[in-house]
Write a protein that binds this ligand. Sequence first.
Ligand SMILES: Cc1ncc(COP(=O)(O)O)c(C=O)c1O
Length: 394
Amino acid sequence: MSNATPIRYRLAETTIDQTDLEDLCAWLKTNPWLTQGPLVKEFEHGWANWIGLPHACFVNSGSSANLLMYYALIVGERLANQKVVVPAVSWVTSVAPAIQLGLEPLMCEADPDTFGLDPNHLERLCQEHKPAMVLLVHVLGVPCKMDEILALQEKYRFILIEDTCAAMGSRYQGKLVGTFGTMASFSLYFGHHASTMEGGMVVTQDDDLRDLLFMLRSHGWTKDLSPEKQYSYAEDFDIPVFNRAFTFYLPGFNCRATDLQARLGLGQLKKIEHAFQRRRENHRKYQELIGNSEHFQCQHNPKAEICSISFMALAKDSEHRTRVGAALKEAGIETRPVGGGNMSRQPFWRKRYGVQTFPMADRLHDAAFQLPNHPDLSLHDIETICSVVLGVRT
Ligand SMILES: Cc1ncc(COP(=O)(O)O)c(C=O)c1O
């Protein structure tokens, strides 16, 4: 028998509750369309409405959302060259499409305040390489330094895309993250701000990119485009009417999500503002208690309203983190290293590009840890968690 302390506070809890499941069961009994159908469209409209952009494309994961953003820029011939900047502290599928699609990724150091893209290093990369595109990640929901990054975009004219997979509902100067780039991705995986079991979304205001996303999501055909666009593609390639529905204009993927997921997603949107509010309050409490401690370095961005997926703290060193980890385990509180850590330390990168040094991202890789934040946690729960963390001597 194991003596392990039972888990009291999980890092993430499901956002799909009993009412959602009952709704899903009742809906299933109506014998609805189950693959991508009318509810996917309805969910996309709901999402676009929530974020205030004209287009949303629902896919089967946040990773697929990232893949489609990259590939839409390639097939849309938007990239002036092959060079793309990716953040050191991110996720494998924020970076992997650049490798998979034959681009040249350049890794950018982590900013000491936000732990996202470091604008100083980004400027050096821009001067040296003139990248065609920059992908940023708002790490765990803390917005990057957007004023600085947008000023660099103005100066160096790169295309900006946002990986907002863990940052739904955060704002920078009052503006939702996900509305700064040419496109932005979201994840609807378990434990994210909203969940459809698995799922992802791309948003954009660009009509042509929207069409490319819809085509790439589904085999490269035009079935999700307006009748006029379908007609125009078919005419351009002189496709006989009989063949039109099964004509592949692009080398597409199948990244579709289903109406079943969309049904869940529509339910998630109904309660999202409450979930945002709870995450923000919890995050503020963490900042007040751990963010002000001299023993930990935490993310901050004074221009942001942070709706985090999890709270991150950076311990003095890895030995300090080990002791914090042990105390948390003993108290039944889940923890983990931060996101995927420093991507340049991951074998998939090291094997291809060798060992690179990013002092800030390396520190985060070695000594940062995540703490639970989700709508079910009360401020009292956060205080309990913080007291365990702060009780560990440095
Ligand atoms: C920053 C970031 N990008 C992309 C992803 C991938 O999302 P998914 O798990 O839905 O594929 C994640 C997952 O947590 C993430 O944190």
